[in-house]
Ligand binder design. Structure first.
Ligand SMILES: NC(=O)c1ccc[n+]([C@@H]2O[C@H](COP(=O)([O-])OP(=O)(O)OC[C@H]3O[C@@H](n4cnc5c(N)ncnc54)[C@H](O)[C@@H]3O)[C@@H](O)[C@H]2O)c1
Length: 303
C-alpha cells in the first residue's frame, strides 16, 4: 500500500537577465501561478517581462537565477541587492569555469545549472513560456553542494516542466562538448564550406543543409563564449568527430544511423536524496521528474 507524500513548498524566484532563457523562465513561472521578480539592464526587456506579470525589482530573494550572457555572470549582481539567505543558480552553457568564478563569490549558496533548451534566437522577443516543457535541466551536485539548496533549484526546474539531471560540472562539460559545442562548430564549418562551394550550392541548399547549420544562426558572441569556455572538452570531442570522418563511409553512416534512431523506453525509479545515488541516476541517462519529501521520482532508460 502506498501513501500520498506531500510535495515541498515552492520558493520565490528572482531572475536576472530577462532574455530568451530568463524571460522564458519568468514567464513560465508566472504561467504556473508562481510569484516571480526579475531584473535586466535593458529597459525593453524589463517592460516586456512586466507586461507578462513579472515584478521588476533590484531586490533578489529565494532562488536567484542568473540568466545573463556568460561573460557577465560574475558581475551581473554587482549593483543589485541579494538576500543573504538566497540560493544562487545560473543557466550558463558551461559549468566548470562558471562554478569556479561564481563559487568564489557565493560559496555553498551556489548551485550551477544548465537547461538543455533554447533556440538560435536571442533577447526578450524570443521569450517562450513553453521553452522548458520536457527539457532536461542539468543541475550540478559537487562535493560541496548543499543538497537542500540543490533541491530548491530542482523544484524551480520541475515547476516549469523540465526534468532534472544531476551532474558534476566536469561530467556536464564533457557531455555538452559532444552534443552542443561540436554541433555549433560543425555547423559553422559546414556553412563556411558551402559558401566556398559557391552561389549554386547555396541556391540549392534545402533540408539537410538547413538542419545541419541551424545553430550557427545564433548570436556569434553566444557561440564563441560557449565553445571557448569549454575549450578542452570541445577540442577532445572534435578529435573524436575527426576520427569518425576517416572511417569507411558505409560503416560510419550505419553506426550514426543506429545511434540517432535508437529508441529506448523509460523505467520509473525512486532515488534517495543522496548525492551518489542522484549522480548515478544522471550518469545512467535518467532524470528526476518529481520531488517528494524523502526521495525523488524519476526514470532511467531501459537496457
Ligand atoms: N540560447 C540558448 O540556446 C541557451 C541555452 C541554454 C543556456 N543558455 C545560457 O543562458 C544565458 C542567457 O542566454 P540567452 O540565450 O537567454 O541570452 P539573451 O541574449 O537572449 O538574454 C540575455 C539577457 O541578459 C541581459 N543582460 C545582459 N547583461 C546583463 C546584466 N549585467 N545584468 C542584467 N541583465 C543583463 C540582456 O539585456 C538580455 O535580455 C547564457 O549564459 C547562455 O549560456 C543559452
Amino acid at each position: 500500500m502506498t501513501f500520498p507524500v506531500p510535495t515541498m513548498p515552492a520558493p520565490p524566484v528572482s531572475v536576472v537577465g530577462l532574455g530568451q532563457l530568463g524571460g522564458s523562465l519568468a514567464a513560465a513561472l508566472v504561467h504556473a501561478g508562481r510569484p516571480v521578480s526579475g531584473w535586466d539592464t535593458d529597459p525593453a526587456a524589463r517592460d516586456a517581462a512586466a507586461a507578462r506579470g513579472v515584478t521588476i525589482s533590484r531586490e533578489l530573494a529565494g532562488v536567484v537565477v542568473l540568466a545573463v550572457p556568460m561573460p557577465v555572470l560574475g558581475t551581473a549582481m554587482a549593483d543589485l541587492i541579494l538576500d543573504p539567505d538566497a540560493t544562487v543558480t545560473d543557466v550558463g552553457s558551461v559549468k566548470a569555469p562558471v562554478l569556479a568564478e561564481l563559487g568564489a563569490q557565493y560559496g555553498d549558496r551556489l548551485v550551477g545549472g544548465h537547461p538543455m533548451c533554447g533556440t538560435e534566437r536571442s533577447g526578450h522577443a524570443a521569450t517562450d513560456p513553453a521553452l522548458f516543457t520536457g527539457a532536461r535541466w542539468a543541475l550540478c551536485l559537487e562535493p560541496g553542494t548543499d543538497l537542500r539548496r540543490w533541491l530548491r533549484v530542482a523544484e524551480v526546474a520541475l515547476a516549469v516542466g523540465a526534468e532534472v539531471v544531476p551532474v558534476t560540472a566536469a561530467e556536464h562539460d564533457d557531455a555538452v562538448a559532444a552534443i552542443s559545442a561540436v554541433p555549433h562548430l560543425l555547423a559553422a564549418a559546414l556553412a563556411t564550406a558551402a559558401g566556398q562551394a559557391g552561389p549554386l550550392a547555396l541556391a540549392l541548399a534545402a533540408g539537410s543543409f538547413t538542419d545541419g547549420t541551424r545553430v550557427i544562426g545564433s548570436d556569434p558572441a553566444f557561440v564563441t563564449a560557449l565553445v571557448e569556455a569549454n575549450g578542452g572538452p570541445a577540442a577532445a570531442a572534435l578529435d573524436r568527430v575527426r576520427a569518425q570522418l576517416d572511417r569507411p563511409w558505409a560503416e560510419l553512416v550505419a553506426d550514426g544511423h543506429a545511434v540517432r534512431t535508437a529508441t529506448r523506453g523509460r523505467r520509473p525509479v525512486r532515488v534517495p536524496l543522496e548525492r551518489a545515488a542522484l549522480l548515478a541516476l544522471g550518469r545512467s541517462g535518467g532524470a528526476v521528474s518529481r520531488r517528494l519529501a524523502a526521495f525523488v521520482e524519476g526514470w532511467v532508460p531501459e537496457a
